[in-house]
Design a binder for this molecule. Sequence first.
Ligand SMILES: Nc1ncnc2c1ncn2[C@@H]1O[C@H](COP(=O)(O)OP(=O)(O)OP(=O)(O)O)[C@@H](O)[C@H]1O
Ligand SMILES: [Mg+2]
Length: 374
Amino acid sequence: MDTPIYPALITKALETVKYPGNGKSLVENEMVEDDIRIDGRKVSFSLIFEKPTDPFVRSVVRAAETALKTYVTADIEPTINVKYRKEPAPAPERPLPGVKHIIGVSSGKGGVGKSTVTANLAVALAKKGYKLGVLDADIFGPSMPKMFGVEDEPLYMVNQEGRDWIEPVQKYGVKMLSIGFVVDKEQAVLWRGGMASNALKQLITDAWWGDLDYFLIDMPPGTSDIHLTLVQTLPITGVVVVTTPQPVALADARKGIAMFMGDKVNVPILGLVENMAWFTPAPHPEERYYIFGEGGGVKLAEELNVKLLARIPLVADIRSHSDDGDPVALQAEADGKTSGNAEAQAFMDLASEVVKAVDLRVSTLPPTEAVKVH
Ligand SMILES: Nc1ncnc2c1ncn2[C@@H]1O[C@H](COP(=O)(O)OP(=O)(O)OP(=O)(O)O)[C@@H](O)[C@H]1O
Ligand SMILES: [Mg+2]
């Protein structure tokens, strides 16, 4: 007569099976679920593994079957179900699923204040109550960590929906990640295109950005592989182009705008920001010196039929606040009106114009599609 099979026999047999990942038995690892069913010679239960990519799943199941036949009875008929502790999150249909509007901040020429505008625009929009994210994609000169005063901040991972994600740094109501967190400035320029692009894609798709109203990207100056990566990875709602009033900067801004409005890349221009439009010395706030020429940005906007979103003066305050890691826009009042600080006010006004420009763009043009590679 057959001796009866009972659960303790099963467990005892499974105690002899070691999980190769750590050399401990399946029982010790708590991999045997408490769901053993016995019906005559038929036995079923579940083994729990960490994740579906565990390389030992098949070999462990086989070893368990062998152990049951060896230590319980040779004519046992086992059914072993495999379960996982962490079901992987399904890949999102598109990157940044919780983000409403993606705005590129771009310039033709370097050093015109693109990063200054990005940081202050982000802070100003956050002050107005919007949920903000900033991605510093300028591999040639990542400056968001400095402007947000988080240069030495370590990066943390966060577990959401069953997997680990990079957690953006939070400061001034803005979530921020910079390519500068992942690579040294000196190294970055030496990186071959693909490496920098991949690192950047990770900051977009492997980070837990969550729900955001606006996602600003500080793009590298001019045109580069990085621009291509960005327009291929993300459906960019529109681009804000920053220029200074002098002819060299304007000529480069024109080229930058042409790149976004070409046949292959079709990203709408939200408008132009004329930065360093005039110099105002701190002791004489009413004075304006047009040291880079007067109204270059205004004329370019007219010529190209794009909106002039703001004219930002050149004032010492803007630079020093950026260098200190607290963008000048933080000085503004939340209602955007009662600020005594004209520079902060200028960025609050820019934020209002950007909100309007995005609304107009969304209501008049079809959504941007990420550029396909052929
Ligand atoms: N309106 C302004 N008034 C005073 N200083 C400014 C203004 N705009 C930018 N700056 C200063 O000019 C310098 C260059 O600005 P910023 O780094 O924002 O330019 P960028 O276009 O991002 O440059 P890069 O091409 O190097 O990334 C910085 O020191 C910044 O603080
Ligand atoms: Mg910059």
